[in-house]
Design a protein around this ligand. Structure first.
Ligand code: PLP
Length: 427
């Protein structure tokens, strides 16, 4: 086994790298690079200027807005360009809270949201708002009944993500949105990981606001979108000029807005085929890992999950060391979200699904993309048992388990839906 790993490490020096972290970011695709470069070269005007260069930039910006609107089946004046998904989330939560402070100060969200939502909610708590953080089940699913039960007279916003960035679970947001509508409570959903991966039409999903980000969609970093239903009052988040209909100040990043529109057009066009293709690769990875590596379980829902997401826990070892060894073998993966990968705290999402901290530490996220192939999956399945075995041999926990002084939390045969001993306390 050791010889085999040494051979793989040597081979990796001469093999192409495998990028398996598409949930962290995607490389801008050639078509997007082409339109963005052309825009930067030829359309430099400020869209607010009253002369030809400005008019041209303004035309391109509005054209991008209307293309995005049409792909999402909403109105153009419901699309606002921002700098990233984080800004869209901050704006949705804080803008709603500030605009409605006199009506109420209660917000509902979940324990497994991205930090852009969670930390915005926490910032609002410091300003006197009250936040209910809903539990999720062991697959990461939110129960729409829990949302309904938590709605109060002073609830001014519900924010539940469309799909989770770590474990890929797709939430029942259409149902949650319908409940919010019935109770006349605005509903925001963070759709950053979902856009381009599953069909997204904010109106059909009963969403009043949705956040999106360009760099998860093969567009550059530095551009985001907030969909806001017309008529919904949202306080401005950026003060300054009268850009974006006077709602989001700051000279627009016209080239990247055009890039976003192109990226969305391509994503929508290839969605069905890519979703099928990536789901097949995803399931090959999940089944292959669980079959080849004992004491391993899948995190997230077995079927209600993003086509590109694999998240597994390997008992007795640390996620960080798996990443380092995989990196040396030519694979770029993640132990959780890119935003928390520099922290050694166990992921709030894995703790949120009831996973004991010691198991949460040994987790690995592999996220596929358009460039992912069967050959890459084969290469990964060849090396992962070697990686885990090497790390387990060095692990004191593994030694204790082998000697019978420590019980396993994940059964040896592992699986997609295995009970975890000591987990799932949702109180
Ligand atoms: N929301 C989710 C679900 C995400 O996955 C991310 C990024 O990982 C964000 C928000 C933040 O987006 P951005 O990196 O554009 O700020």
């Amino acid at each position: 086994m050791n010889d085999q790993l040494e051979r793989q490490l040597k081979e990796a020096e001469h093999s192409p790298r495998v990028y398996f972290d598409h949930a962290a970011t995607t490389a801008p695709c050639p078509e997007v690079l082409d339109v963005v470069t052309k825009m930067l070269k030829h359309v430099f005007g400020n869209p607010s200027s009253f002369y030809k260069e400005g008019h041209k930039a303004s035309y391109m910006l509005e054209d991008a807005r209307s293309k995005i609107a049409s792909l999402l089946d909403v109105r153009s004046d419901e699309i606002f360009f921002t700098s990233c998904g984080t800004e869209s989330d901050n704006w949705a939560l804080k803008g709603m809270a500030f605009a409605n402070a006199s009506k109420g100060r209660h917000i509902i969200t979940s324990k497994i949201e991205h930090h852009a939502v969670l930390h915005s909610a926490e910032a609002l708590e410091k300003r006197g708002y009250e936040v209910t953080y809903l539990n999720v089940d062991r697959f990461g699913l939110i129960d729409p009944d829990d949302v309904e039960k938590s709605i109060r007279k002073d609830t001014i916003l519900v924010s539940i993500m469309t799909a989770n960035n770590e474990i890929g679970t797709i939430e029942p947001i259409g149902e949650i949105g319908a409940i919010c509508r019935e109770h006349r409570v605005p509903f925001h959903s963070d759709g950053v990981q979902a856009l381009g991966a599953i069909p997204i039409r904010p109106r059909e999903l009963n969403c009043d606001m949705m956040s999106f980000s360009g760099h998860k969609l093969y567009a550059p970093k530095g551009v985001g979108v907030l969909y806001k239903r017309k008529g919904l009052h949202l306080a401005n988040f950026m003060d300054g000029g009268a850009q974006e209909g006077g709602r989001r100040a700051g000279t627009e990043n016209v080239a990247y807005a055009v890039g976003f529109a192109k990226a969305l057009e391509l994503a929508v066009k290839s969605l069905e085929g890519e979703a099928k293709r990536q789901t097949r690769l995803r399931d090959r990875l999940i089944d292959g890992i669980i079959q080849r590596v004992p004491h391993t379980k899948l995190n997230g829902h077995p079927t209600k999950r993003l086509p590109n997401n694999v998240n597994v826990s390997f008992e007795f070892i640390e996620g960080e060391s798996i990443l380092l060894l995989l990196d040396a073998l030519g694979f770029s993966c993640s132990s959780g979200s890119a935003c928390t990968s520099s922290s050694l705290d166990p992921s709030h999402v894995l703790l949120g699904i009831g996973m004991p901290a010691e198991i949460a530490h040994g987790s690995l996220r592999v996220t596929l993309g358009r460039s992912s192939t069967d050959e890459e999956v084969d290469r990964f399945l060849d090396v992962i048992p070697l990686v885990v075995e090497r790390l387990r041999v060095m692990s004191p926990l593994w030694e204790d388990y082998q000697q019978g002084s420590l019980a396993a939390i994940i059964p040896e045969e592992g699986g997609k839906d295995v009970p975890i001993i000591g987990g799932y306390d949702f109180s």
